[in-house]
Design a protein around this ligand. Structure first.
Ligand SMILES: [Fe+2]
Ligand SMILES: [Fe+2]
Length: 331
């Protein structure tokens, strides 16, 4: 295991995982904002007249909603523009390879072995080493993002369990050190497998290359599910959310709201775009609000002050101990 970990650390590929995830998040947020602010259903990423969109963005007043002030300016847009082909390539691969067959196999793999045994804090530190600090493009490591999210939640006086969610919600990305096949089975938006790929999923057109898209059952609206069955019965595409959810569920005392935040935080087609309502039950309606409440901290705490890992470590070690009764977690 250590050999594999060492191999991944400080590689460009590993660094790309971080960049891709950041870009994926910002592209999704931008797309949603455009849709919300201009009532424009056209995919802005498909808009050939980028200058036209840029003008709209420049003349746009900041949104009024709390924590929803997406930091869009021409610089942000330029970065998005540069990232565009990488994000498109990422989603093409993700949408083509996240199949029912892969999902079943990933779940079997997950359940049949332990990849590593380490503390939550140790895992966070290990994950942070994924960043190549000689690269000028990204200064934030995963532990920075984890602490920013957790600290933003803490500063708002939210409960301790939610602070912990902020700290560990992306810890599943450690999957990248283990048996992931690439980035496509670790990061990016998630969506249900086994039923129709909703139009609200970003780059929906890339599902054309997914064999499930022409499957007689998986391609139907309900697929293998029943109306109102509840998201708990739905197989979500495999990645860091689903992986970390199972680890937290089996080895922590975190409550169901916390687990939903971890499990669905990348399920943007659902919590942001309103898709897949027909699969939800009453419990999911409750959880939707929780996931949305968490999402603003995940997205909008980025690029705020960088916290001192050393200073905050004692606080978060205690917080981890409060909800993870066993020190060494089976990853
Ligand atoms: Fe995430
Ligand atoms: Fe995150």
């Amino acid at each position: 295991m250590s050999t594999k970990g060492t191999k991944v650390i400080r590689t460009k590929t590993g660094h790309l995982l971080e960049i891709t995830d950041e870009n994926v998040q910002s592209v999704n947020a931008l797309k949603s904002k455009l849709k919300r602010d201009f009532g424009n259903d056209q995919d802005p990423l498909e808009d050939a007249d980028q200058e036209h969109v840029s003008k709209k963005l420049r003349s746009q007043k900041p949104a009024q909603e709390p924590a929803g002030n997406l930091p869009i300016n021409s610089d942000d847009f330029r970065q998005y523009h540069q990232a565009k082909s990488r994000v498109r390539d990422f989603y093409k691969e993700q949408h083509e390879k996240q199949t029912m067959a892969f999902n079943l196999q990933a779940r079997v793999n997950f359940k049949t072995k332990t990849r590593a045994k380490m503390t939550i804090w140790g895992a966070l530190c290990k994950l942070s080493m994924l960043i190549d600090d000689s690269d000028p493009d990204t200064e934030l490591s995963q532990i920075d993002h984890a602490l920013q999210t957790a600290e933003a939640i803490r500063a708002d006086g939210m409960p301790r369990w939610m602070q912990l969610v902020g700290l560990i919600h992306d810890l599943g990305k450690i999957l990248y050190f283990f048996d992931s096949e690439g980035q496509w089975d670790v990061v990016g938006d998630t969506f249900p497998i086994g039923c129709q790929f909703a139009d609200e999923i970003i780059f929906q057109e890339f599902f054309e290359g997914n064999p499930d898209n022409s499957h007689p059952i998986y391609s139907t609206k309900l697929g293998i599910y029943e109306k109102g069955c509840g998201l708990g019965s739905v197989m979500i595409s495999w990645g860091h959310d689903e992986y970390m959810y199972y680890i937290a569920k089996s080895q922590s005392t975190l409550n169901e709201k916390a687990l939903a935040m971890i499990r669905y935080h990348s399920f943007y087609p659902w919590h942001r775009e309103g898709a897949y309502r027909y699969l939800m039950n009453d419990k999911d309606l409750e959880m939707l609000q929780e996931v949305q409440a968490f999402n603003k901290y995940d997205l909008y705490s980025k690029s705020l002050t960088r916290h001192s890992v050393k200073e905050l470590e004692p606080y978060y070690l205690e917080l981890i101990d409060e909800f993870f009764p066993v020190k060494y977690i089976e990853f």
